[in-house]
Ligand binder design. Structure first.
Ligand code: HEM
Length: 487
């Protein structure tokens, strides 16, 4: 539990002995007033930041307007900042546009570190825990079986599965959140997704981020920004409707997180802890779960199938392992220790395509240090998880898809994997995600063999499209049913 004890000393050293004890951070030449802004507009930022690490090392700085960003590119330096010195780096950059998408900083993901945020995260964490213990396994199994049905109905034709994966992942979250699942054709579901996707895409666009670095531009008309405001209003309207619906139900789904959260609010009134959480926090927690839990899991599933098309023998190994261990039944999450090949596949896809490749930016809430470099308060920290997972010092042949590296004797250690970040800001949905990735993959590979469409000359492009979420370019695939007995 690091409390930043060395920060006062570091600050003194930095002020009085500049350069002598704490070297200045390396980084590409910066040109005022834009600094290194051009480095940040690269089309595949994680790959670009990783290539800069080859030149400048595991830790380097970039300047953007008045902000200094420090990019961390190995799992050791990322852990030093996020886990060992978590209390120095648990902040989020406070920004004009983040405030707009997070209802004034009231989401967990974008809210800055303070007492209110801690109480909010605690409330949602315990509601999620309760729900993971009680109903998560059943909820995922149900969606996995539904996905099976959908794939069967394609009858071996070539299809793009990304939307079906999104519906499956999203139904897990909406069932957990307010006990509701949707059909792919549901207008309401489409509206919800289109607006959440728009918000994430618009917020990631340089038309928007430029407003944070250069406030003067906020006075000019900006059609992209107007669209963002409209989508945020639409999102809030949809979620408000759901929460009101939930509250007015006679027979409430007791398992739903919304119920636990609302109960949590009441308990808090009874114990009076100084911070008062309200309906706004329940509303924004729902936004967090929907945004954090839908595109991430869905993108990961699309990546898995894409990689498996490139190495079909891996599917066979996973399938044979399941046949031998489970004798025809579907896997349970508790079987994971007996299914090392399936687990190795999950780990390798998390390594190669951590779907939140740059996590979410952190902010130093006090002066501190990383890898011996002085890091002043308010520095923005970018954990380059993609870079850490491609570090050649840790991963031999880092760009190759080799699940066998995680099998006994393969040399790969899950300790160096950090796809969910760590410390105070560890992904709130990690346990939900891990169970989903394992069960969805197990169910899919038990029932189907994924093959490239017959007339397709090329396999999926594995480079990906990076925004906040790292996605695979759309591709089509044939899901060929395996000859196994029906459940
Ligand atoms: C944050 C990864 C699925 C909810 C994060 C972060 C990462 C991440 C890297 C940022 C950590 C940081 O700031 O250092 C992933 C991956 C997933 C996944 C790889 C799936 C493959 C989910 C799911 C949920 C979720 C299913 C919800 C049920 C959140 C939330 C945060 C977060 C609320 C913000 C935490 C905070 O700021 O304190 N996730 N995530 N994620 N994730 Fe996930």
């Amino acid at each position: 539990d690091h409390k930043g004890t060395d920060s006062g000393l570091l600050q003194c050293l930095h002020q009085f002995l500049p350069g002598s004890s704490s070297p200045s951070l390396p980084g590409p030449p910066s040109f005022p007033p834009i600094g290194n802004m051009m480095e940040l507009t690269h089309d595949h930022l994680p790959i670009h930041l990783t290539s800069l690490a080859q030149r400048y090392g595991h830790i380097y700085r970039l300047k953007c307007g008045n902000t200094t960003m420090v990019v961390l590119n190995s799992s050791d330096v990322i852990r030093e900042a996020l886990v060992k010195k978590w209390s120095d780096f648990a902040g989020r950059p406070v920004s004009y546009t983040a405030d707009i998408v997070s209802g004034g900083g009231h989401t967990i993901s974008l809210g800055d570190y303070n007492e209110e945020w801690r109480a909010h995260r605690r409330l949602v964490h315990s509601a999620l825990q309760r729900c993971c213990q009680q109903s998560l396994h059943d909820v995922i199994e149900r969606q996995a079986l539904h996905l099976r049905k959908v794939l069967m109905e394609y009858k071996g034709s070539a299809v793009d599965l990304s939307e079906d994966f999104t519906v499956a992942a999203s139904n897990v979250i909406t069932t957990l959140a307010f006990g509701k699942e949707y059909d792919k054709s549901s207008l309401e579901l489409q509206q919800l997704h289109s607006c959440l996707n728009e918000i994430v895409a618009l917020w990631g666009s340089s038309w928007i981020s430029v407003l944070d670095s250069f406030p003067v531009l906020r006075k000019l008309p900006n059609p992209v920004f107007s669209r963002l405001l409209k989508e945020v209003a639409r999102r809030d309207e949809i979620i408000r409707k759901h929460l009101n619906n939930y509250k007015s139900q006679e027979r409430k789904n007791e398992d739903a997180i919304t119920g636990s959260l609302l109960q949590g609010l009441e308990k808090q009134h009874d114990t009076e802890q100084g911070v008062l959480l309200t309906d706004v926090h329940v509303h924004m927690a729902t936004v967090d779960l929907l945004i954090g839990g839908t595109e991430t899991t869905a993108a990961w599933l699309s990546w898995t199938v894409a990689f498996l098309l490139h190495r079909p023998e891996v599917q066979t190994k996973v399938y044979e392992e399941m046949c031998a261990v489970l004798e025809g039944r579907y896997p349970k999450y508790s079987d994971r220790h007996r299914l090392p090949v399936l687990c190795a596949l999950v780990h390798e896809v998390l390594r190669l395509r951590p779907v939140a490749p740059l996590a979410v930016p952190h902010r130093a809430i006090r002066d501190s240090s990383i890898a011996g470099y002085f890091i002043p308060k308010n520095t923005v920290i970018i954990p380059n998880l993609f870079g850490a997972h491609h570090d050649p010092a840790v991963w031999p042949d880092p760009y190759s898809f080799k699940p066998e590296r995680f099998l006994e004797g393969g040399g790969g250690s899950t300790r160096a994997l950090i796809p969910f970040g760590g410390g105070a800001r560890l992904c709130l949905g990690e346990s939900v995600a891990r169970m989903e990735l394992f069960l969805f993959t197990g169910y899919l590979l038990r029932d189907f063999q994924f093959v490239p469409p017959e007339r397709e000359a090329s396999l999926p492009d594995l480079r990906g499209v990076a925004s906040v979420v790292l996605k695979v370019k759309s591709y089509t695939v044939t899901a060929r049913p395996r000859a196994v007995p029906n459940p």
